[in-house]
Design a protein around this ligand. Structure first.
Ligand code: ADP
Ligand code: MG
Length: 729
């Protein structure tokens, strides 16, 4: 039987790949074309301005107003030469998306005409009327002013004829109202702390940078089918839909050939990304049908994050050109894999040494162990906080829900690294281990390079895995601003490294030899943090119990997970590292709870509407067809025979009635719960009510709708089904 039930399915099924005109030049010709990068700066800025700007960026110093004026002039000329008409400060408010307010370059020239104007003042700082961005109560509306201020470390770019200037967004009183401000602070603090520790091994290190390589997973759905699913349009996920008979069980999508229509989209997207200086590199099919991934070459964390946000927004635009919609939601479809955004994270010195990569000499290996041990300690101590940094209403479906890995942060190290750490710990007190400075350190760690090269035991179920020269933070959700995870991780590691440096220095001051002191402190950290290490199957039920025994955070409710931010240990860590003040943390939590509530509230309204106005009427229509049929049977046949023939239909009629009444009472109860929850004024309590009371109704309602989907005539069912959404491309 054909599954072409209505116009949109037919339309979608008939779509061919959109022809993409590849740029004629080679990629190095157009790469970064829309970015005010160093090459453009050199071309458009006076030599002295260029030198000062580059120096300020490299040394992470502020810029004088004079220089800013001169930069603005050059930037404007470049932008106008490249078709820009408007400029905007581009920032990342706590909504999780990006914000911009465009102004044209025009100013009165005093003679009735206009001049194209842009100066240092406009470049450096602006005051967007941003009173309606979430701020958790930091700004009351009477002091609604928030400032956006230029982030010189991330280059300006042109998109849709608008010059976009990456900025931080802060309140009148200096509190951060965005993701970028604390991210920059966290990167600074990890630079400072890691440099201190890196200098134990190499006194010439000046800076340590944090690197991020994200892997963006997403689904594509045909635009026509998408438009016929109000739940996808309004909430980004399907609130109902029975599993397709075939989904991912054959694993035939993973790394399979990319369909031509999708390939055309990817090509177009990569070209746009390259023009914006986003080093898109890898693309492939993911595990679920219609699920794909794009990963760039890793970059410095702040830049990488800007690039991810930029990519997410151009993805949507490019997808539309190909009659697709891109789904960035973590769990658009029940029963198949969700989408994450693995954050590959590492630290490296300005001399080019990667600090999580084993080296060639015993000293380099001691450094490797030291940094790994410190990360272990930080992740162990702050595992609840790290989980809070990646959780939200959407990622909660991917983490901690029925068919997802449990919401527990553990670390996968692999057999080789584990064995090395074991040997570091177990050789304690062994007289054969003598640490004699740079040379002659007689320790197993010298063996690491050969061992580590074969990095084959890759565990895919771990939320935080060591992968050879970096850590892969996999719990991050596909729609997230990576900054949230990167703030918590870099800040926690910074605080840990500071403490480590102090302890080592204290030992040295007491007369201990430096490397011996480092090794001793490494041992303590490794022993202390063993509970965070888990190389087994993170999806298993045993693990939940085991993790609880180990004292790891096993909280499964998103609103309660956010409490981790307010633990004294978290506040102390954030304040010490200068990343967030207590007031900022409290305000941000208010926003998190509020956002959680709003997301569930919207889902619940959409579900109620669909259930009552789409599903139940369709079910009743089918039921009355069956009833008609029964009447006809009764007219034609009599006695036992008629009963027998009609019995199947009668059973269906009854079952449909039951499902309908369950749906109706489910919706009524959900509305009731919502009403009660809406009266709560405390944001935390309200979010808890939405989690505990409102959301469970949605599961029940869905269950009965999905049952109906299996019974009701395919022609009558009002929504595109999973098999259509997932397999038509
Ligand atoms: P996989 O899917 O096997 O994990 P991918 O190639 O899809 O691997 O993605 C790996 C990501 O990790 C890429 O973005 C890559 O640039 C990044 N990466 C590689 N080395 C590092 C590193 N040292 N620090 C941070 N990111 C890295
Ligand atoms: Mg990966």
């Amino acid at each position: 039987m054909s599954n072409l039930r209505f116009k949109s399915v037919e339309e979608a099924a008939g779509r061919k790949a959109v022809k993409v005109a590849l740029p004629e030049e080679r990629v190095e010709k157009y790469y970064g074309k829309q970015v005010f990068n160093r090459q453009k700066m050199f071309e458009y800025l006076p030599k002295a301005t260029y030198d000062s700007l580059v120096k300020a960026i490299d040394n992470r110093e502020p810029l004088s107003r004079e220089i800013a004026d001169s930069v603005a002039e050059g930037m404007k000329r470049w932008a106008i030469d490249n078709g820009a008409r408007h400029y905007t400060h581009w920032f990342h408010p706590l909504t999780g998306s990006t914000a911009e307010k465009h102004d044209a370059f025009v100013e009165h020239d005093g003679k009735g005409g206009v001049v194209e104007k842009f100066n240092g003042k406009l470049l450096v700082q602006q005051e967007p009327d941003a009173s309606s961005f979430p701020n958790g109560g930091i700004r009351n509306t009477f002091e609604a002013r928030g400032y956006s201020a230029w982030d010189i470390s991330s280059p300006a770019f042109i998109i849709d004829n608008t010059l976009c200037i990456p900025t931080v967004f802060i309140s009148y009183t200096g509190e951060s109202l965005d993701y970028k401000t604390p991210l920059l602070r966290a990167l600074n603090s990890v630079d400072k702390a890691a440099t201190k520790v890196a200098r134990f091994f190499d006194s010439e290190v000046k800076h340590v940078s944090s690197y991020l390589g994200w892997e963006q997973e997403y689904f594509l759905v045909d635009e026509a089918l998408y438009a016929a699913r109000p739940d996808l349009v309004m909430t980004g996920r399907t609130l109902m839909g029975h599993e397709s008979a075939k989904n991912q069980q054959l694993d035939d999508h993973y790394f399979g050939a990319i369909p031509s229509r999708v390939e055309a989209f990817m090509l177009d997207l990569e070209t746009e990304a390259h023009k914006l200086g986003i080093p898109a590199k890898t693309r492939h099919n993911e595990v679920a049908p219609n699920q794909f991934e794009l990963a760039p070459v890793f970059e410095e964390t702040n830049l990488a994050n800007d690039h991810n946000l930029l990519l997410m927004s151009i993805m949507e635009e490019v997808a539309k050109r190909h009659n697709f919609r891109v789904l960035l939601h973590e769990k658009p479809f029940a029963g198949i894999n969700g989408s994450g955004k693995h954050n590959n994270w590492s630290l490296g010195t300005d001399k080019g040494d990667m600090l999580f990569a084993p080296g060639k000499t015993p000293l380099q290996n001691l450094r490797f162990i030291t940094f790994v041990a410190n990360v272990m300690a930080a992740v162990h101590q702050h595992n609840g906080l790290l989980k809070a940094s990646i959780i939200n209403a959407t990622n909660a479906h991917r983490l901690g829900a029925n068919e997802a890995p449990p919401a527990i942060i553990s670390m996968f190290l692999g057999t080789q690294l584990s064995a090395i750490l074991d040997s570091v710990v177990n050789t304690e007190g062994d007289a054969s281990i003598t640490v004699k400075g740079k040379e002659g350190m007689n320790l197993d760690v010298a063996q690491i390079p050969e061992l580590m090269i074969d990095n084959t035991d890759r565990n895919r179920t771990s939320p935080f895995a060591f992968t050879g020269n970096r850590f892969e933070y996999r719990a991050v959700g596909s729609s997230a601003n990576c900054a949230s995870a990167m703030i918590a991780l870099n800040a926690a590691v910074a605080a840990q490294l500071e403490e480590f440096a102090d302890k080592v220095n204290a030992r040295v001051a007491r007369g201990e030899e430096l490397n011996r002191a480092i090794l001793e402190e490494d041992r303590i950290l490794i022993k202390q943090s063993r509970a965070i290490q888990f190389d087994g199957n993170g999806y298993s039920d045993d693990w939940k119990e085991e993790a609880a025994r180990r004292g790891l955070d096993v909280e499964t409710s998103a609103p309660l997970m956010y409490d981790a931010y307010l633990r004294p240990s978290s506040i102390e860590m954030f304040e010490k590292s200068g990343v967030l003040s207590k007031k900022e943390i409290e305000a941000r939590n208010e926003v998190k709870w509020e956002m959680y509530t709003k997301k569930i509230q919207i889902e619940s309204r959409v579900l109620g509407d669909l259930a009552i106005n789409h599903i139940i009427p369709a079910a009743i229509r089918y039921q009355s067809l069956l009833l008609d049929n029964v009447y006809k049977i009764k007219e034609l046949f009599h006695g036992d025979k008629s009963d027998k023939i009609a019995s199947q239909d009668l059973a269906s009629i009854e079952a449909i009635s039951e499902h309908i009444s369950e749906i109706k009472s489910g919706v009524a109860s959900m509305v009731d719960c919502r009403r009660r929850a809406n009266k709560i004024t405390d944001e935390r309590e309200k979010a808890i009510a939405y989690h505990d009371e409102v959301a469970p109704n949605m599961e029940t309602i869905r269950y009965h709708i999905d049952k109906l989907e299996l019974m009701v005539d395919n022609e009558i069912w009002p929504l595109p089904k999973y098999r259509e959404l997932l397999f038509i491309r």
